[in-house]
Design a protein around this ligand. Structure first.
Ligand SMILES: *Cc1c(COP(=O)(O)O)cnc(C)c1O
Length: 352
């Protein structure tokens, strides 16, 4: 081994869902929104002046921050924007989790948390969920160097009532508590209303799911101004121009079109509730989901076999080959038409 090899930072990276290419495939594997972004986004894109790309973007992403502040009724020093919530959360690990004590997050949750903890050398512990995939708040009463959990949780879709979220925050006022609300718009209740009450709370959301803009990479954090200032200090010490100009402009446009936002969310929720009924009839069981996906296992057939058979038919769902998760499929809610293709195939496959 060469001497320099001992100095390489080695990590096991997060593995994102695959992005298969093709015309007729049904893509239900990465929790993307099946509907296009708001027409406001298209109009702004058509009017965008490419000559502006000569210049650096606004390092503070002011147009986007302002649009979000107006929407959520927050002050401009209470919102931080980043390149997807992955960027915002990675920056938050770097900024807030600097204790010798372990950071806590659920054993079954967003698998990126463990990767960031390892990348940044942050000690962590992962309390188990119960047999119904529920988080027990008492598991978060112990000493820690910070807490993060998704709500609704991923990949289970289970929503924790706000009273329990508050219970965790209230018991941990010496730590920063991050609530990752990637799926909150699909029927849950956001913890953002608790920010005025708890200065240790950071709420993170994204444009990737409910706002149909995964490709634009926009995420944001809302919290007390001292937390937001600390995040900005770290960001400006790392890369001043994280967010590109089109994302700033188009993100702001998306936020302004609230009726389109609500309309597409309603459609997805309606399709999800139908999916719960159809999948149960097909012999699947799942925890009740408040997200844009369902985490289902079949009473008889193995998840991996269903996953592979679907894949063969160009229907992509997410399968995690991990102990405890490997008999489940995470099925993103698509359009009604896409879901019908899924049910049609499952009906045939499961009765064969
Ligand atoms: C999708 C997702 C994210 C990351 O989303 P971005 O595309 O980076 O904004 C973060 N947390 C959870 C739980 C997610 O499912």
């Amino acid at each position: 081994m060469r001497a320099w090899q001992a100095n390489i930072r080695t990590v096991t990276p997060y593995v994102p869902g695959e992005q298969p290419k093709g015309e007729h495939l049904v893509k239900l594997n990465t929790n993307e929104n099946p509907y296009p972004p708001s027409p406001f986004v298209k109009n702004a894109m058509d009017e965008m002046d490419y000559d502006k790309f000569r210049k650096y973007p606004d390092p503070a992403s002011a147009v986007l921050t302002k649009a979000l502040c107006e929407y959520y009724r927050m002050e401009e020093d209470e919102i931080f924007v980043g390149v997807g919530s992955d960027d915002v959360i990675a920056m938050s690990f770097l900024t807030f989790f600097n204790s010798q004590k372990p950071v806590l997050f659920p054993e079954v949750s967003y698998s990126f948390y463990k990767v960031w903890a390892e990348l940044f050398r942050i000690p962590y512990e992962t309390p188990a969920l119960d047999e119904n995939f529920l988080i027990h708040t008492e598991d978060y009463y112990r000493e820690n160097g910070g807490i993060i959990f998704p709500n609704p949780n991923a990949p289970t879709g289970v929503f924790m009532p706000l009273s329990e979220v508050e219970d965790i925050i209230a018991h941990n006022q010496d730590s920063v508590v991050i609530v990752d609300e990637a799926y909150i718009d699909f029927g849950g209740e956001s913890a953002a209303g608790l920010i005025k009450k708890y200065e240790n709370l950071l709420v993170v959301q994204t444009f990737s799911k409910s706002r149909s803009m995964a490709g634009m990479r926009i995420g944001y954090a809302m919290g007390n101004k001292d937390l937001i200032r600390a995040l900005n200090d770290v960001k400006y010490s790392y890369n001043s121009y994280t967010m590109n100009m089109p994302s700033q402009i188009l993100g702001a446009e998306a936020v302004k079109d609230d009726s389109y936002f609500k309309e597409t969310i309603e459609k997805i929720i309606t399709t999800r509730e139908k999916a719960k009924k159809r999948l149960s009839e097909l012999g699947f069981t799942f925890p009740d989901s408040m997200a844009n996906f369902i985490f289902a296992s079949h009473r008889e057939k193995k998840a991996e076999d269903i996953y592979l058979a679907l894949r063969e038919k160009q229907i992509f769902v997410r399968y995690f080959k991990q102990p405890g998760l490997d008999n489940h499929l995470r099925i993103t809610i698509g359009t009604d038409e896409e879901m019908e293709k899924l049910y049609d195939f499952l009906e045939k496959f499961l009765s064969s």
